[in-house]
Design a protein around this ligand. Structure first.
Ligand code: NOJ
Length: 564
């Protein structure tokens, strides 16, 4: 029987560092070329060695893989490609023994069209209990899906259209139906009874759609229409029901919501409508694109800083931020916001820039060794449904090479190449041919090689995690940005009482001078972290210089300072 926990009992997430696992590409333990829970089990000590205290698993459930696990055909089982329930329990127990929490992906905006509910619902019929589990209409409205053309698909069996905001094989559930909400609560209880610690909740802001499903207007259709299906009129009412179940177990809830603005996020994170402990922001993921990576534009540090600061300032003491630069939906961050040429420097600089913000850091598999985007020869080599749609729908007048380059910059597949463990064949991911292409740079970029590099990206991540873990200021202190208009340097302070940490990150590809803002020179300070250890020594640096600093390409540092 679950015991209701006081709110602060679940606040473990505030001091946590999450490691995110997209299992299919993490480690193959049963020699079939597909990552699985046997592979995960073997790597739990590695994850622990990063200092991670929690794991978020992307969907592990049975799925036909139209959207690699986000099209679920059974919510209460394990995809046989990944193992079985016994293996999951082993992983869960071992993770717990190692002091790591486990968070599952909850995907209830839609199911797979192969889910038994949908198979029943298609049959229609007045006394069919599944009849209204999905959103059926005689006439579609003008909505577009995010992944595959029109948001409506005609179903011959039922003789009606069903709504799918994502791929055709992902029909949207009708959350207005109380029976569907009961199903969701049963799913929550099923996993919580097994002992999981919480959920990352997929496109959770889409589960309540505007009454009557009105046509959308706007220049870019999907964006104009999205206002009709995000943050709908009953969203907080439904989420309250789910929250009550999670409250019984003290389970953490992390919401994912495309197009969530900081103001709408606050409605999920605070006040009477609080249903989530954290929300994933998308704002800072558009520093090199508009809306999605496919609409590429040159990276601008100012855009990144503005987005990060907006969330830091607005949430401040009212709510808690989630911090990430990579996940399974975005290309690799070194290839985007850093530089493959300055691989180590930019990888460590990016780590510094986000790990010390106020909030809970998430590290995505491979990010900690600086994995980069893959470049494939033909669109047929890519497997992600949204990459294929983008390629076939936009910029059709451009050459194949140019369209492929766009895919190279934007595809989610870059985050989904097999994890690079060592320099053996298949990057040590599997001893047979992997299900997807391994990035050819694996001989140089891999875990084993990084273990041998004291100043490499992997060990730098470990140092960041340790530094954050032992400092109240870095966890709970306030945030202040300096020099926001500086296009090359990101500088912020975390402060608690008299103690401050100053984080300085140069995103320039050349040496640049940097003047400390007023109020810093003359203070006694200590350098606690540098990504240029041959140039600077950590330890006392005495009085901060008046003449400023000379920063190397992607140089980053953390300075600890006592304020008078
Ligand atoms: C967000 C998930 O992160 C993404 O991978 C998925 O394709 C969509 N939601 C649809 O479930």
């Amino acid at each position: 029987m679950a015991v209701k926990l006081a709110d602060d009992k679940r606040e473990w997430y505030k001091t946590a560092v999450f490691y995110q696992i997209w299992v299919r590409s993490f480690a193959d333990g049963n020699h079939d070329g597909i990552g699985d829970l046997y592979g995960v089990y073997d790597k739990l000590d590695y994850i622990k060695s990063l200092g991670a205290t929690a794991i978020w698993f992307n969907p592990l459930y049975p799925s036909p893989n139209a959207d690699y696990g986000y099209d679920i055909s059974d919510y209460c089982d394990i995809n046989p490609e990944f193992g079985d329930m016994d293996q999951f329990k082993k992983v869960l127990n071992r993770a717990h023994e190692l002091g790591m929490k486990v968070v599952m992906d909850l995907v209830v905006n839609h199911t797979s069209d192969e889910h038994p509910w949908f198979k029943e619902s298609r049959k229609g019929g007045d006394d069919n209990p599944y009849r209204d589990y999905y959103i059926w209409r005689d006439k579609p409205n003008n909505w577009d899906s995010l992944f595959e053309g029109d948001a409506w698909e005609y179903d011959d069996v039922r003789g009606q259209y069903y709504l799918h905001l994502f791929a055709k094989k992902q029909p949207d559930l009708n959350m207005d139906n109380p029976k569907v909400r009961e199903e969701v609560k049963n799913i929550l209880r099923f996993w919580l009874d097994l002992g999981v610690d919480g959920f990352r909740e997929d496109v959770i802001n889409f589960i309540s759609k505007k009454e009557g499903l009105p046509n959308g207007i706007g220049f870019i259709p999907v964006i104009g229409q999205m206002h009709n299906y995000k943050d709908g009129p009953h969203i907080h009412e439904y989420l309250k029901e789910f929250r009550e179940v999670c409250d019984e177990y003290g389970a953490v809830q992390i919401g994912e919501g495309p197009m969530t603005t900081v103001d709408s996020a606050l409605n999920y994170l605070s006040g009477r409508t609080k249903s989530m402990d954290m929300m994933f922001s998308f704002d800072h993921m558009t520093a090199d694109c508009l809306f999605t990576e496919y609409m590429h534009r040159p990276f601008k540090l100012i855009r990144l800083k503005k987005a990060l600061s907006r969330w830091q300032y607005k949430l401040a003491d009212r709510a808690w931020n989630s911090l990430y630069l990579e996940n399974h939906d975005h290309p690799r961050v070194i290839s985007r916001y850093g530089s493959e040429k300055f691989h180590r420097a930019s990888g460590t600089c990016l780590a510094t820039a986000y790990m010390f913000l106020k909030g809970t850091p998430f590290i995505y598999q491979g990010q900690e060794i600086g994995m980069t985007n893959i470049r494939l020869k033909s669109i047929d080599d890519y497997v992600d449904v949204s990459s294929k749609t983008n390629y076939n729908k936009y910029h059709l007048k451009e050459s194949v090479a140019s369209r492929l380059h766009r895919i190279h910059l934007s595809s989610r597949d870059s985050a989904r190449t097999p994890m690079q463990w060592d320099s053996r064949d298949n990057a040590g991911f599997s001893d047979v041919k992997p299900w997807f292409f391994v990035n050819p740079n694996y001989k140089d970029i891999n875990v084993a090689a990084e273990e041998e590099r004291p100043d490499g990206i992997l060990n730098y991540y470990r140092t960041c995690v340790k530094l954050r873990a032992k400092s109240k200021t870095l966890i709970h202190g306030s945030y202040k940005e300096y020099d926001p208009e500086n296009p090359l340097v990101y500088m912020y302070e975390r402060n608690l009482g008299k103690e401050s940490y100053i984080i300085i990150c140069s995103f320039a590809k050349e040496n640049i001078p940097f003047m400390l803002p007023k109020g810093f020179a003359g203070h006694t300070a200590k350098l606690v972290l540098t990504n240029y250890p041959r140039k600077r020594k950590t330890g006392e640096i005495g009085i901060l210089p008046k003449k400023g600093l000379r920063l190397s390409p992607y140089e980053a540092m953390v300075i600890k300072m006592k304020r008078k």
